[in-house]
Write a protein that binds this ligand. Sequence first.
Ligand SMILES: C=C(O[C@@H]1C=C(C(=O)O)C=C[C@H]1O)C(=O)O
Length: 194
Amino acid sequence: MTPPNSPVWPRDTWTARPLRSNLSQAHRNWLTTPDSLTSALKTVCPRFQVKILETGTRFPFPDEARLLKISCHQQVWSREVLLCNGALPLVFARSILSLRDLPRAWPTLDARDPRPLGEFLFTDARIRRTPLHFQKLSLNHPLRVRLDRFPLDLPPWARRSLHVRQGSALLVTEIFLTLPPHRSDPAQALSFFA
Ligand SMILES: C=C(O[C@@H]1C=C(C(=O)O)C=C[C@H]1O)C(=O)O
């Protein structure tokens, strides 16, 4: 079921391995960065900051509702931000969580907290993260529509994973708008294309 008067929603084509596509090695490496994206960005962005775009309760997109096993008509806790280096937006990030889980499993989660979610998602031992999945967003994907207002100079690949705490899943989706400054750490040499 899709919300009333919604556009035609794209197929759900999330995959555990980005397909061979017009992806630069640098873009692939950033897309597959394990652990905290915030931590990785801070190593190359001297003026790293989170710009909160929107917080509140929203309807999930169909491919989000399917992953969270909820209805599209069930509102979720929602937070959308830009991860920036100074005034330059690097990553658009959208995090959603079923409202019924919020107080029990995520009692301290505050959508308006100016700190990056990554600062506690990767420090709380009770939170388990699922493997990253990827999708090249079609033009009519609702996330792509969200990006229309920002400069996008990369192929529109998104990554997402669940952060699970006490059985409740926070879905985090991220899209790189432009590549951060070059990283020289050996981790960047990682490639998931066997
Ligand atoms: C999950 C992380 O947190 C980042 C920060 C977010 C925020 O502050 O809303 C959202 C998604 C991530 O880009 C991370 O650092 O990996």
